[in-house]
Write a protein of this length. Sequence first.
Length: 227
Amino acid sequence: MSGAVAHLVCDCDGVLLDSEAAAQRALQIQLAARLPPGVDAAAVIQPRLGMTLEALLADIAGQHPLPLTPDEIARIRRAVDAEVASRLRAVPGVAAALRAIPLPKAVASNSAGARVRAALRRTGLWPLFQGRVHCADEVGAAKPAPDVYLAACRSLRAAPDHCLALEDSVTGVTAARAAGLRVLGFAGAGHIAAGHAERLLAAGAGQVFDDMRRLPELVRRLQARPF
Ligand SMILES: [Mg+2]
């Protein structure tokens, strides 16, 4: 029997920041220039969403001829970061939704800590988390490993089964479930493709929603009747 939901742990990209569409677009351009003709860059990215850029590139290079030197990875990283920074915005409605939920909150992200903190400050979301921002480059293994979620639960001084994760990727849902959290899947950011909600449910999300304005009510209902 799971405990009552008393804490919220949010993924960053695709949940707090509507950054995934810009990141995917930039990455697609970078990969299309490097993959052999006939390999669809968008199709190789899609199943790997939510991975760190380095893990995603290594995974693709394991299946396709992709020249990957440290310099090449750094060039791709700079192109993606520049595109994301130029289009930075919060997911519509997320700030108001989080303010309306009277629970302690933390962030668990696969992105680099420095970039996440800067982006949360620029979009005005930083004060909602009171410094509880945990990123894979600072805590251990990246998602789908459970490390960032476990770090977030520790900073909240909460047992994982009292925490609710908000996630937009299969990689992230897998990480949160491995850490023992329940998961609400979010399929409302700009990058979501058809069938995504079903994939999040299959990975272990208890429920999927697509409009942040619904979040406070969903959390209240979950507190009354946990899935
Ligand atoms: Mg995400």
